[in-house]
Design a binder for this molecule. Structure first.
Ligand code: NAP
Ligand code: MG
Length: 493
């Protein structure tokens, strides 16, 4: 349980003057109200932006390695607080405790990696066309970065935006998802307690309309980094572009896992179950389509169904639970809506397909791990992001059809192929339209020091994580220093 969660503005924890609050509910047991969170107004948001703007000059003037040292301290604090952050994450978002620990560890790795980048904010030195002229490039921060994040990785995604924004010398206004305010509070505390000066990080709780939209439109925010749905991201991208802001959006996915005729079917089935049902299918990198060559499809489907049926669904805070609930009623209803669509479209239900209401499950937003077979590649089930524990199996005759079906969706985040043929695997790297891809392993996962993000409708702007994270949060300055002490020879132009 938590105290009233407040905003963090200019180094002070303060509730909105509005006095309004929202309940934070445990999606695994809605009888459990975890506490309340303040609900901010546009004025609260503007106050946070003003604080971030006022703090920016001093922060960018702080030597980068000193900024990095604060992030190393944040790494240490998050490590110390790992268990309590993981518990809060399970309670408010619903993923199982082992999954939550994994997410916090990933955040720790990420902050640590980015802290090291403080000593590598390098530019280039370049030969000049002019005599006695020193030409070089140097990175410069953008100013105040507006960070808008979703509920599904509410520790990790904020961490992978906040850390590079700060290390590059920007100050931050962070607007987390309304559904996951507790973890947002804990993440902000890690950075604040690590020793950031007042105003460098600011947290504003509240709705997309009252807080998010003000961040998007405010003239003192030149950079917007967003992760979330295509519906919101697409509008944010346009609104930002109209104001000539730098914008980065990471959005939906419909990630395929291809199983070819020569694949190790057991490995492929286990990876598919992990990717489809891990984190209740609420990962942007979840496996939602298995594209399987007909020869091995019966054996593959039978094994995935067996694995799905073995999963223990329940409150993720308890030991032995494999899969938690949907994050809220709306998300659960989306999953149930797609079960109705599957029925209409004639997909063959192999397991699941319903809400789970036995015993205590009735108090949470649980649905059963579900497998549909014989799904048409162009059906809604196979094309639209569901964001729940639902796998669609699409049967194909060969490699050519498999890759065509894999690329036939609007999204392009991640994917995977199972084959023993090295040449096929390389061809897959050439042909697949996803920003990340795996050979003989699940579609999920991403390491701190490698770029993360998608192609096509999934992503616009520079990649997050890795060294590429710094590219979004900096601007280049190109410098020419003339030490001839004479007028330029005009013939050189
Ligand atoms: P969402 O509904 O788009 O919300 C994302 C964030 O935007 C929330 O903080 C939301 O605030 C805010 N927002 C809503 N309306 C806004 C507006 N008009 N202006 C500014 N901000 C606004 O997404 P979600 O349901 O939280 O997250 C699930 C989605 O995220 C899925 O589509 C998933 O694929 C995607 N995702 C993508 C990646 C990736 O890297 N590609 C990673 C994780 C998740 P409220 O919470 O107050 O509505
Ligand atoms: Mg909640």
């Amino acid at each position: 349980m938590h105290e009233l969660l407040t905003n963090f503005v200019n180094g002070a924890w303060t509730p909105s003057a509005s006095g309004r609050t929202i309940d934070n509910i445990n999606p695994a047991d809605t009888r459990q109200v975890l506490g309340q969170v303040t609900r901010s107004t546009p004025d609260d948001t503007r106050a946070a932006i003003d604080a971030a703007k006022a703090a920016q000059h001093a922060w960018k003037s702080t030597p980068a390695p000193k900024r990095g040292a604060i992030l190393f301290e944040a790494t240490r604090l998050m490590t110390e607080r790992k268990e309590s952050i993981a518990k809060a994450l399970t309670l408010e978002e619903g993923k199982t405790l082992p999954e939550a620990r994994g997410e916090v560890q990933k955040s720790i790795n990420l902050i640590e990696f980015i802290a090291g980048e403080a000593r590598r904010l390098n530019g280039t030195t370049n030969p000049s066309e002019m005599p006695k002229t020193f030409a070089y490039t140097v990175r410069s921060p953008l100013g105040v970065a507006g960070l808008v994040t979703p509920w599904n990785f509410p520790v990790c995604i904020p961490a992978w935006k906040i850390a590079p924004a700060l290390v590059a010398g920007n100050t931050v206004v962070f607007k987390p998802a309304t559904t996951t305010p507790w973890t947002a509070d804990l993440v902000t505390r890690v950075f604040a307690d690590a020793g950031l000066p007042d105003g460098v990080i600011n947290l504003v709780h509240g709705s997309g309309r009252e807080v998010g939209q003000v961040i998007v439109e405010h003239p003192d925010i030149p950079a917007l980094s967003f992760t979330g749905s295509n519906e919101v991201g697409c509008r944010l991208y346009q609104d930002g572009a109209a104001r000539l802001k730098k914008v980065q959006c990471e959005m939906g996915g419909k990630n395929p896992l291809i199983v070819l005729g020569d694949a190790d079917v057991e490995l492929a089935a286990v990876a598919t179950a992990q990717g489809a049902f891990g984190s209740t299918g609420q990962r942007c990198t979840a496996t939602s389509r298995a594209i399987v060559v007909e020869d091995v499809a019966d054996a593959f489907v039978a094994r995935v169904v067996e694995l799905a049926n073995k999963l223990k669904v329940g409150n993720g805070i308890h030991d032995g639970v494999d899969m938690g609930p949907s994050v809220d009623e709306g998300q659960m209803n989306t999953v149930l809506k797609y079960h109705a669509i599957a029925k209409e479209e004639g997909a063959k239900l192999m397991c699941g397909g319903t809400r789970l209401t036995d015993g205590d499950l009735a108090h949470g937003y649980f649905t059963a791990p579900t497998v549909y077979d014989h799904v048409a590649g162009d059906s809604r089930l196979a094309q639209e992001e569901i964001f729940g524990p639902v796998l669609s199996v699409i049967r194909v005759k060969d490699w050519a059809e498999a890759i065509e079906v894999a690329n036939s969706v609007e999204y392009g985040l991640t994917s995977s192929v199972f084959t023993k043929d090295v040449a096929r695997a390389m061809e897959y790297v050439d042909e697949i339209e996803t920003g990340m891809l795996h050979v003989n392993s699940p579609t999920v996962g991403g390491e701190a020091h490698l770029p993360f993000g998608g192609m096509k409708a999934t992503g616009v702007g520079q990649r997050e994580m890795g060294q590429t994270a710094i590219d979004f949060f900096t601007e280049w300055k190109t410098v020419y220093i003339d030490y001839t002490g004479t007028k330029r020879d005009s013939k050189l132009y």
